[in-house]
Ligand binder design. Structure first.
Ligand code: FES
Length: 103
């Protein structure tokens, strides 16, 4: 079931950056890849540390702690030490605000 939450203005997640937000009870990392915003669970699947502390390299979210990479668009794990994906959430832009479906 859908549960859309407004997580902030688009201006707070500029192109090529990550931003950690809270939506409902979920910790989420937003990633702006070439102007498109994606949302992943803000918890690395390696040791549960925040992905929002890391950086965006192209369309890869890079965990700052041990270097695991995840596809920002899907949450798929792309390199060790992560061996599991992270959850991804649907995103919509409405009137220059970012909305995430945490349902
Ligand atoms: S906690 Fe992210 S790679 Fe280890």
């Amino acid at each position: 079931m859908s549960d859309w939450k407004r997580v902030g203005p688009l201006t707070e997640c500029s192109e090529g950056t990550l931003k950690g937000v809270r939506a409902g009870g979920e910790l989420i990392v937003l990633a702006n890849v070439d102007g498109d915003v994606y949302a992943l669970e803000d918890q690395c699947s390696h040791q549960d540390l925040p992905l929002s502390d890391g950086e965006l390299d192209g369309s890869d979210v890079v965990c700052i702690y041990h270097g695991a990479r995840f596809d920002a668009c899907t949450g798929k794990n792309k390199s060790l030490p992560a061996v599991r994906p992270v959850r991804s959430f649907p995103v919509e832009i409405r009137d220059d605000d970012i909305w995430v479906d945490v349902g």
